[in-house]
Design a binder for this molecule. Structure first.
Ligand code: FES
Length: 155
C-alpha cells in the first residue's frame, strides 16, 4: 500500500463536524436548494456555497454550488434525475447551463456534454449529509487543535 503513513496522519488529525443547515421539510423532493456551510479551510473560517439536493426516499446530497464549467453558482437550480451506470441507477444532478451530468453521490462527471471544466475544477465537491430528528446536517472536515499545534511547532 502506497502512502500509508500519510493517510494515517490525515486520519488521526482530521475529524468531521456536522452543521445543522435546515429542516428536511424545507427541501422539496427532486429539487435543489442553495445553502451556506461554515467551514474551516487551511485554518481560516470560510463560508462555502453548497447545493442541497433531496431525492425520493428522503435522502439528501450536498455538492458544490459552483458550476465547474462556468464558475457560476447555479448548481442548486440544476435538473435532478438518475441514470444507469453499469446497471445501477445513480442519482444525478445536471448543470442548468451546459447540461453536464454529475453523480450526486460522488460528484463525478458522468457526461461532460462536450465541455471542459475550468482550471482547478473537475467533478463536484461533495459533503456527507445526515438527517437527525428531521434536521439536515452537513459534515465538514475539521482539523483538531492538536494537529494545528503540531504543524505550528514543526515550522
Ligand atoms: S468528464 Fe466531466 S469533468 Fe471531465
Amino acid at each position: 500500500m502506497i502512502g500509508t503513513a500519510g493517510s494515517a496522519v490525515a486520519d488521526a488529525t482530521t475529524a468531521v463536524e456536522h452543521r445543522a443547515i435546515c429542516a428536511l421539510t424545507d427541501l422539496t423532493p427532486e429539487r435543489g436548494a442553495a445553502a451556506l456551510l461554515d467551514e474551516t479551510i487551511n485554518g481560516e473560517p470560510h463560508r462555502t456555497q453548497i447545493a442541497l439536493v433531496r431525492v425520493v426516499g428522503d435522502t439528501v446530497f450536498a455538492v458544490q454550488q459552483r458550476d465547474p464549467v462556468t464558475g457560476a453558482n447555479v448548481m442548486a437550480r440544476g435538473l435532478v434525475g438518475s441514470r444507469l451506470v453499469d446497471g445501477v441507477e445513480v442519482p444525478t444532478l445536471a448543470s442548468p447551463l451546459h447540461k453536464q451530468v454529475y453523480d450526486l453521490r460522488t460528484g463525478e462527471c458522468l457526461d461532460a456534454a462536450g465541455k471542459e471544466p475550468l482550471p482547478g475544477e473537475g467533478g463536484l465537491r461533495t459533503w456527507p449529509v445526515r438527517v437527525v430528528d428531521g434536521v439536515v446536517e452537513v459534515g465538514t472536515p475539521s482539523v483538531a487543535p492538536a494537529a494545528v499545534a503540531t504543524e505550528g511547532s514543526a515550522s
